[in-house]
Design a protein around this ligand. Structure first.
Ligand code: 5GP
Length: 114
């Protein structure tokens, strides 16, 4: 069995995190190094490395959940918009080899951060 990713350890509670949302397939938690307050990561519970490794139905679940979380993040912060971003592969800046979507709150004043 391959070593668990940091995000699996977070999902299983071995590494503490601030949980934003959880259901059968998807987990969301605050980023430890936020680009803005409320920066949230949305991940499939199964440790697919990249978006393109995930079954289409799971991609649909994660994205539809991410849309709802983006609304909640905006409501909970002073953000008026969110950037949803995926670093899909090491050369694109993916540091954790467990597919994840960043939700970064944005305001008109500070301009896009991601
Ligand atoms: P990537 O560069 O792979 O797209 O983003 C990985 C993200 O995971 C980074 O924004 C980083 O701050 C976050 N991260 C890495 N390790 C941890 C951790 O142990 N806990 C939390 N909450 N976030 C983490």
């Amino acid at each position: 069995m391959s070593e668990k990713t940091i995000f699996e350890k977070i999902i299983e509670g071995e590494i503490p995190s601030y949980t934003v949302y959880e259901d059968e397939t998807t987990y969301a938690f605050l980023d430890a190094n936020p680009l803005a307050p409320g920066h949230t990561l949305v991940v499939p519970k199964e440790p697919y490395e990249r978006l393109n490794d995930m079954p289409p139905e799971l991609v649909g679940d994660v994205f539809s959940t991410a849309g709802e979380i983006a609304d909640a993040v905006e409501a909970a912060t002073d953000a008026t918009a969110t950037t949803l971003a995926i670093n899909n592969g090491e050369d694109a800046g993916q540091e954790v080899p467990h597919a994840h979507l960043h939700i970064v709150p944005q305001t008109a004043e500070d301009g896009p951060k991601s």
